[in-house]
Design a protein around this ligand. Structure first.
Ligand code: F6R
Length: 357
């Protein structure tokens, strides 16, 4: 039940700090160390490449998971949109391991890939929120999100849960292989959970931003580099699906290769600047769009903030920035939908689980 919340989406956004904490506990062994099932560790150790298969928001989480698993555990990863995989299957490595990311565990596009790769004899894992769902039953192994039921059509807490579990998968896989990991993920997840709470407590600020930037516009752009790029894709998807504003997420450097032609006087451009190594570059992209009349909203992070940034996120570990950078974008899309009189929890044309291919 949504209780005192006006919408499931708001309730589910508020649940995110608790979900991150719960995941951290759920993946702990008796000694309090992060762990995965022995069989899943074995499958990860035996694989020479991981193929992540997903759709929509889950695909966006997969893009982040790829970075985690490659950077922390050193296992090569490819991420594929499930609907494309069937007819555009890449050449597979010798020992592929498939990881299906699906909140509902019912997405038909993802299931058809599962059926296909199982028939080829490859091992499969489903990362899902729903124990007993189709993809969970049909895969060799299941990783659970522990996010609790997600009712709003727009996915919020499942996304943060996916990112958190993928970080744990990368971390445990690295340790299993005897790689040194120079941070304590449990501790960093706890810090991120608190940071999410702090941002949720600033929701009036996001309502104000939605009011200023999105109340009347017909389009909006989201830009970021590195991990911020993937979060930009997710922010744009949230805005599209619940407020019906045409929104696009871009890699900061790609905008000038065509799309910048769409920037007009007052076009909202949300820029994420949480990545230290590319902070100057993304700020350069903001200057480029401002010179063409854009209305910029820079969301940066403590330690990287500059005068004029519209919102400054609490500092978290460099790899966990997606967990916090997505929160203002979720809130901004929520308020944009409210201000535009849209049905937040049940947007037009959308279903919570998509069981047709
Ligand atoms: C976006 C959204 C969809 C789903 C997609 C995949 O907010 O809800 O993009 O993420 O339909 O669904 P699952 O994860 O259930 O396979």
């Amino acid at each position: 039940e949504k209780g005192t919340y006006p919408h499931y989406m708001l309730k589910e956004m508020y649940e995110q700090p608790g979900v991150v904490r719960k995941i951290s506990q759920a993946y702990e062994d008796q000694k309090g160390e992060l762990t995965l099932d022995v069989a899943i560790c074995k499958a990860l150790n035996e694989a020479d490449r991981l193929y992540i298969i997903a759709a929509g928001t889950s695909y966006h989480a997969g893009l982040i998971g790829k970075q985690y698993i490659e950077k922390i555990a050193g296992i090569p990863v490819e991420v594929h949109i499930s609907s494309e995989f069937g007819y555009n299957m890449p050449l597979l490595s010798e020992k592929p391991l498939f990881l299906f990311i699906t909140q509902s565990g019912e997405t038909a596009d993802s299931r058809q890939v599962l059926v296909k790769v199982k028939a080829l004899g490859h091992p499969t894992i489903t990362l899902t929120n729903v124990a007993g769902s189709t993809l969970s039953r049909e895969a060799d192994y299941t990783l659970l999100l522990h996010a609790g039921p997600e009712i709003a059509v727009a996915s919020t807490k499942a996304y943060t849960a996916q990112v958190a579990v993928l970080a744990i998968v990368a971390y445990v896989a690295a340790k299993e292989q005897g790689k040194t990991v120079d941070f304590d993920l449990k501790n960093e997840l706890a810090i991120a959970a608190n940071a999410i709470q702090t941002i949720m407590d600033s929701k009036e600020e996001m309502e104000q931003i939605a009011h200023e930037f999105l109340e009347v516009t017909r389009n909006a752009f989201f830009i970021g580099r590195n991990l911020d790029f993937y979060v930009s894709l997710e922010g744009a998807l949230k805005v599209k699906e619940i407020s019906y504003i045409q929104a696009e997420g871009f890699a900061g450097g790609e905008l000038k290769h065509g799309t910048i032609a769409l920037i007009e006087e007052g076009t909202p451009v949300f820029a994420l600047a949480t990545q230290q190594a590319v902070s100057l570059n993304i700020r350069g992209n903001v200057k480029e769009v401002v010179a063409r009349g854009a209305n910029p909203c820079i969301i940066s992070m403590e330690g990287l903030a500059e005068v004029g940034d519209r919102f400054v996120l609490p500092k978290v570990h460099a790899l966990l920035t997606p967990l916090v950078a997505v929160i203002p974008l979720q809130l901004i899309s929520y308020y944009a939908a409210l201000h535009r009189d849209c049905d937040v929890d049940k947007p037009r044309n959308l279903a919570k689980s998509v069981t047709v291919e």
